[in-house]
Design a protein around this ligand. Structure first.
Ligand code: HEM
Length: 421
């Protein structure tokens, strides 16, 4: 038998959207080569859809190994976030209006994150867990009579939408509109999404929709305080000063985007993985509630819905024999880290017994580690607990993937199951 051909690294352009249009398994052939032979490699700037001037776009270093992604995430003094966190460049005013504390460093990051972090602690999430379960039960019960359809619309999208909207205090009537705009912010690299229009126009419009909605909601909560995150934000003070409406709007955009897409896409990828791995699914059905927490970690590792985040070096340093100057861009490839053979045995095996499972799906640790990790885990346990109880024979087809270097997204995925009243 001849050995599998080794992909030629010179053929790879990690910044091209065509590359990100390929299935994850195919992409990982290249990442596996990089992990083995070039743990840090320099690349030209990613494909630009927003029409930025060339001088604003820099080459970057690709970080593909588990250990490196982890270490860099935990060293914010050397690898900072305040000079941008997105793989693809965007105009500064867009970043300012959408990233909030994700693209800040201490001390501002610590203070802003601190304003909402108490709502996301495991203890606080445990308090709202019953509400999340009730919502999961309702979503699955509403889908049950249909016998199938698009899994994303029917199931995957719905629990994150209700959960984060409830927490922020978004009224029912505005939820779909808010989520549609939040989606656009992370999907404009896909031609299906921007269609005939320039991507920059689509992004600008979505940002405007979200920011003006957040400003109206903030003004409403100033007059009519409630028991939600928006009220907490309008009442909060940092160093004796209230947040401006622009700061609140950016906060809102960050939570809307981070709280929706990631959990949704994890749900879809996990459903497909359970379909093509019937033995694993049986394991989950047999052990039910007991296995769910371990299974959920594998769902997140498997899906790795966030593909990349970027940091900027603050000083000169050496990594795997390469010299990096201050101000260089460093991109963390989470999916690659989660398939690193030195960190996971047989990383392409979907294994619901994997334990320990120290995946980097929620980030590598450090100050920006996913604020919503407990919330996401709770939602994934609730939705899969319900799904497998009410629709034990549910099966999902091959997903239609989003073309994006940021979000490992599923646009659509048909599913079928025995309909129930
Ligand atoms: C499976 C679901 C999720 C995944 C895989 C995920 C992944 C991530 C990753 C990779 C980061 C960056 C970590 C770093 O830079 O070190 C992050 C940050 C963040 N996530 Fe999540 N996330 C998920 C769900 C959520 C949910 C439900 C929320 C709720 C609002 C949320 C809110 C945030 C926020 C606010 C940040 C920025 C934290 C900071 O900069 O301090 N995420 N997430």
């Amino acid at each position: 038998m001849s050995a599998a051909p080794i992909p030629d690294l010179r053929d790879v352009d990690l910044g091209s959207l065509d590359f990100w249009g390929r299935p994850a398994e195919e992409r990982d052939e290249y990442f596996a080569e990089l992990r083995r032979h070039a743990p840090i490699s320099r690349h030209r700037p990613p494909e630009d859809l927003l029409g930025l001037p060339d001088q604003e776009r820099m080459n970057y270093w690709a970080i593909v190994r588990y250990e490196d992604v982890r270490n860099i995430s935990r060293d914010p003094k050397t690898f900072c976030s305040a000079q941008g966190t997105q793989f693809a460049d965007a105009p500064p005013e867009f970043l300012e209006a959408s990233l909030s504390f994700l693209a800040m460093d201490a001390p501002r990051h610590t203070k802003l994150r601190g304003l909402v972090s108490s709502a996301f602690t495991p203890r606080q999430v445990a308090r709202i867990e019953e509400g999340i379960r009730v919502n999961a039960r309702r979503i699955v019960a509403e889908a049950a009579p249909t016998g199938g359809g698009d899994f994303v619309e029917l199931i995957a999208k719905r629990l994150p939408l209700v959960t984060i909207s409830d927490m922020i205090g978004v009224p029912e009537s505005d939820r779909e509109r808010v989520v549609a705009a939040a989606d656009l912010l992370v999907t404009t690299s896909d031609p299906e999404v921007f269609g005939e229009r320039p991507p920059i126009e689509v992004v600008g419009e979505a940002l405007w929709t979200l920011s003006s909605f957040a400003t109206e909601l903030a003004a409403h909560r100033e007059r009519n305080p409630g028991d939600d995150l928006m009220t907490a934000l309008v009442q909060a003070e940092i160093d004796g000063e209230r947040l401006t409406h622009a700061e609140i709007a950016a906060f809102f955009v960050l939570l809307s985007v981070a709280g929706n897409d990631t959990t949704r896409h994890t749900t879809s990828h996990a459903m497909r993985a359970l379909t093509v791995n019937p033995a694993q699914r049986r394991l989950l059905m047999d052990d039910g509630e007991e296995r769910l927490p371990t299974a959920v970690e594998e769902f997140v590792r498997w899906a790795s819905p966030v593909l990349t985040f970027r940091r900027t070096t603050t000083r000169e340093l050496e990594l795997h024999g390469e010299r990096l100057a201050p101000g260089e861009k460093v991109v963390l490839f989470y999916h690659s880290a989660n398939r690193d053979e030195s960190a996971f045995e047989d990383p392409w095996r979907f294994d619901l017994s994997r334990d320990p499972n120290r995946h980097l799906g929620f980030g590598g640790g450090g100050p920006h580690y996913c604020l919503g990790a407990s919330l996401a885990r709770t939602q994934l346990r609730s939705i899969f607990g319900e799904l497998l109880r009410v629709m034990p024979d549910i099966e999902a087809d091959e997903p239609e993937l989003l073309r994006s270097a940021f979000i490992h997204g599923v646009k659509r995925m048909s599913c079928t199951f025995t309909a129930r009243a």
